[in-house]
Design a protein around this ligand. Structure first.
Ligand code: HEM
Length: 539
């Protein structure tokens, strides 16, 4: 039973009130009209000159119908195109106001949410059971504005340099010439990975059991990035958010995935909510002071700004703050899921970005894509609009589809009709102060510590069954890689993780890989490894 509150008895209605009428649309008492509201006798009517003559330009009804149809699709998301979601509520069960001043972390605070889950690489019609990370985005509609947590189901990522992201993603898109995806040809995918060894931790996770979670209800979510939490005195800590599934984690094997329908995860979520079996997640944070972050780097070579690393949970245990449940299916997929626009830069007072360079790039990239995908006024759409207790005012005006254009209020900072401002809550200079020295200097270098977490997975986390499935998953995937050299390089990378792993993979692929990576060069000359030292010695 849910400890904080009962999702079954929650009122529904996450969306802005103005929108509710449209969501409740029924066919009763309505009259067929053109888009300007003019009643029309029948939908199947086209005006034509005579019995066999051409159509007439004056027929607004037909032109209205066809031209709107022509514009039904907006660009699909460039990544995370296939997904689904639902609405629900978050509630704070264990207040965290000692470390964070966000209003929503005060005792008992409850906020409506919308969640969207997704796969990453595939197109909008692709399979829910693809081996791929899963996106896990939450829009918290707080009293201080909307906060988006745009997370994945894995705590790490393939890269720590955002400049690599478009390259890596392109390897999972269709080949420019053959137009095949990496389901049929994994050459590009392994070519990228075998040239960028810092990806190995995420590759281990992806090719292991977590690579195909059993739907969306049975997976956890991780911010991955280090964030900053600021309290009301302006004191701040580094923090990582985790969303732990109350349903637990379960997975689907590669072989079994062929038995699932393409929309399995969507169906599973939808049906569970319809049945009243509301899925829930605990919201937890790991917390670290700036001093601890420096010590962690000095002693364990874990850089909190490096997205390929995790924070050890033994040293930085999870602290639960609240929980959320999804208790309402969407009524209109396009309006409530396709047009929803999440961004890591949609933050509220008390939650700030860290200097993680990938996070910093994402702060830019998401609103940029929303302006392209949804339009400059994407924040005005009912699904994206904030539900604040105060009236929102700013000086943004006009642009396409501006339907909340702030009436007659001045469009500049006027002394005649002034608007109010929030008082500055903390000393911003204080919260912006800390950067760990050396944080950004090795974005493209490969370090011995890049292999530690992957080695730990192989040696301590994977049991015999998981190891066997991992080898089968990787060798199966590599069977469509057209270049032996790429596989040899990737085996060299895996050898830095574990000799045992590499030799098993050699057996499974029938290809003898490199002995390690010390003689390989990555990203030009920026390997970062001493030429005459093997990685293990350096370690
Ligand atoms: C979606 C860029 C890394 C999680 C997207 C979208 C872009 C993007 C352009 C499409 C958004 C839209 O059209 O609405 C990037 C860049 C990255 C990066 C440039 C790195 C440099 C990450 C990481 C995570 C992540 C590290 C998770 C920790 C997501 C999720 C979505 C998404 C969950 C789907 C959002 C939704 O459901 O609408 N990303 N991304 N991304 N990204 Fe990233």
């Amino acid at each position: 039973a849910p400890s904080g509150f009962d999702p079954a008895t929650q009122e529904k209605g996450t969306l802005s009130r103005d929108y509710v009428d449209d969501r409740q649309a029924s066919s009763e008492d309505c009259l067929y009209t053109t888009s300007n509201g003019v009643p029309t006798a029948h939908p199947y009517e086209s005006q034509r000159a005579g019995e066999n003559g051409p159509l007439l330009l004056q027929d607004f009804h037909l032109i209205d119908l066809l031209s709107h149809f022509d514009r039904e699709r907006i660009p699909e998301r460039v990544v995370h195109a296939k997904g689904g979601g639902a609405h629900g509520y978050y509630q704070t069960t264990d207040p965290m106001d000692d470390v964070c001043m966000a209003d929503m972390f005060k005792a008992g605070k409850k906020v409506p949410i919308t969640v969207r889950f997704s796969t990453v690489g595939g197109e909008s019609g692709s399979h829910d059971c693809a081996r791929d990370p899963r996106g896990f985005s939450v829009k918290f509609r707080t009293d201080e504005g909307n906060w988006d947590m745009v997370a994945n189901n894995t705590p790490v990522f393939f890269l720590r340099d955002a400049a690599k992201f478009p390259h890596f993603i392109h390897t999972q898109k269709r080949d420019p010439s053959t137009h095949l995806t990496h389901a049929d040809d994994s050459t590009m995918f392994w070519d990228y990975l075998s040239q960028n060894p810092e990806s190995v931790h995420q590759v281990m996770v992806l090719m292991g059991d977590r690579g195909i979670p059993d739907g969306w209800r049975h997976m956890h979510g991780y911010a991955g990035h280090t964030m900053k939490l600021v309290n009301k005195d302006g004191e701040w800590v580094y923090a990582q958010m985790h969303m732990k599934s109350k349903q637990g984690f379960s997975f689907i094997t590669q072989e079994d995935s062929a038995n699932y329908s393409p929309d399995y995860a969507q169906k599973d979520l939808y049906n569970a909510i319809e049945k009243g079996d509301y899925p829930g997640w605990d919201v937890c944070w790991q917390i670290m002071t700036a001093k601890e972050a420096e010590k962690l780097y000095e002693e364990q070579k874990i850089n909190v700004f490096d997205l390929t690393h995790i924070w050890p949970q033994k040293q930085f245990p999870l602290r639960k703050v609240g929980e959320f449940y999804l208790n309402e299916n969407v009524k209109n997929y396009f309006a409530e899921i396709e047009q929803i626009a999440f961004s890591p830069s949609h933050l509220i007072p008390g939650i700030e970005p860290s200097a993680d360079p990938v996070l910093q790039s994402r702060l830019f990239s998401y609103p940029d894509t929303h302006r392209h995908r949804v339009g400059a006024n994407y924040q005005q759409l009912p699904i994206n609009a904030a539900r604040t207790p105060y009236r929102m005012a700013n000086f943004q005006r006009d642009g396409p589809m501006a339907f909340i254009n702030q009436g007659s209020r001045p469009n500049y900072l006027s002394s005649i009709e002034p608007i109010s401002f929030r008082k500055r809550q903390v000393d911003v200079d204080k919260t912006h102060a800390h950067f760990v020295v050396d944080a950004v200097s090795f974005l493209s270098e490969v370090r011995p510590e890049d292999f530690n977490a992957a080695r730990n997975l192989w040696e301590k986390v994977f049991d015999d069954g998981a190891k066997e499935r991992f080898i089968n998953n990787v060798s199966g995937h590599m069977s469509t890689c057209r270049k032996e050299e790429i596989i040899k390089r990737q085996i060299g990378i895996f050898r830095e993780v574990s000799d045992d792993l590499a030799s098993r993979l050699e057996k499974a692929t029938g290809i003898k890989g490199y002995d390690g990576i010390s003689n390989l060069r990555f990203n030009g000359e920026h390997n970062g490894m001493a030429k005459d030292k093997s990685l293990k010695e350096a370690n």
